[in-house]
Design a protein around this ligand. Structure first.
Ligand code: BTN
Length: 329
């Protein structure tokens, strides 16, 4: 990604509706005014619309409806937090790329984000349908050195915290379905794939991969994905600025991770889980050690296990697996 483009876009975002002088921009990035004009022409080819007025400068009128790495980086830069973003218009899987980068370099944390994936992976060996339609595919890489058993709760904490971000920032009513799905009105809007390398019970490398359906025509997706999926846009009151949503989402993941590691999330976690729990009080089915269980979902325990109050009167703790809503009868 061209750092000049990121700098220019950051300046336009900071200015909002105001004009930014071409000579101020030129001085800031150390280029001529003609060179600035040329860079803006290139950005125009990529879906950016600028208004140019003599003696006032330029202002940004429209941003692309696809994911643009430079714009995501510019939004992130505006928050003041310095995050390392590796952006790809298309890649096999951002989780695979994050794992490759962790294996070859010492630096973490970072995020690998892509506009599209050719081999997007879901949980339980499933495919994550990843068209380049203005969705976010992102994998966050960390070297946390935390006990292996805390990994389950970090995924749950991310899920609840991201519901909170999406509702507060964009007014979309998202819920978290244990253990790793984000739902809107029962349909999947995001999924989390957490992968870790564990050594002597310590998590050395952690990759949290998240696919967020921001927009796109889910009706045209392959039948299996189309049947269960939805997008944020389908439930938003106005069109969403894809790149601002993605940048806010990315920054939220980093902040959630930092709170988890510092253990400052302990008070908020149960409250957020209760607020956004898609299963609470619902009749559910699950399988545990090969046994089919059915009963009422009753929240999670301190280890992140799902509590299931079974029809046999017992409370079961589920540490992993898949849950179906409904009695199935
Ligand atoms: C699931 O619900 O099964 C989890 C889906 C996780 C998909 C994301 S998209 C970004 C990252 N890269 C991948 O290949 N998978 C995760």
């Amino acid at each position: 990604m061209n750092p000049t483009d990121i700098h220019l876009l950051r300046a336009f975002l900071a200015a909002g509706d105001a004009f930014v002088s071409g000579s101020v921009l030129a001085e800031e990035v150390g280029l001529t005014r003609v060179a600035i004009w040329a860079r803006l022409e290139k950005l125009r080819e990529n879906g950016f619309v600028f208004e140019a007025v003599r003696n006032r400068g330029y202002r940004l009128l429209k941003t692309p409806s696809h994911l643009d790495g430079r714009l995501v980086a510019a939004h992130l830069a505006l928050t003041g937090a310095e995050r390392t973003l590796h952006f790809h218009p298309s890649i096999d899987s951002t989780n695979s790329e994050a794992e490759r980068l962790l294996a070859t370099s010492g630096t973490a944390p970072f995020v690998v984000a892509a506009a599209g994936q050719t081999k997007g992976r879901g949980r339980l060996g499933r495919v994550w349908h990843s068209p380049a339609e203005g969705n976010l595919y992102a994998s966050f890489a960390f070297r946390p050195r935390i006990a292996h058993r805390r990994i389950a709760t970090i995924t749950l904490w991310m899920g609840a915290g991201l519901c909170d971000y999406l509702e507060r920032a964009w007014g979309v009513p998202v819920q978290v379905k244990w253990p790793n799905d984000l739902l809107i009105q029962g349909r999947k809007v995001a999924g989390i794939l957490t992968e870790a390398r564990i050594d002597a019970d310590l998590t050395r490398e952690l990759v949290i991969g998240i696919g967020l359906n921001i927009q796109g025509n889910t009706a045209a997706w392959p039948a299996e994905a189309s049947r269960v999926a939805t997008t944020l846009t389908e439930h938003a009151s106005a069109p969403l600025p894809v790149n601002a949503v993605a940048a806010g989402f990315i920054e939220t993941v980093f902040q959630l991770y930092e709170a988890f590691i510092a253990e400052t999330h302990r008070e908020a976690f149960p409250m957020l889980w209760k607020k956004y729990d898609a299963l609470a009080g619902k009749t559910i089915r699950a399988s545990m050690n090969g046994r089919e269980l059915s009963g009422e979902a009753a929240g999670i325990d301190g280890d992140g296990a799902l509590l299931l109050q079974a029809t046999d009167g017992q409370t079961h703790r589920l540490h992993s697996g898949e849950v179906t809503i409904g009695s199935g009868r």
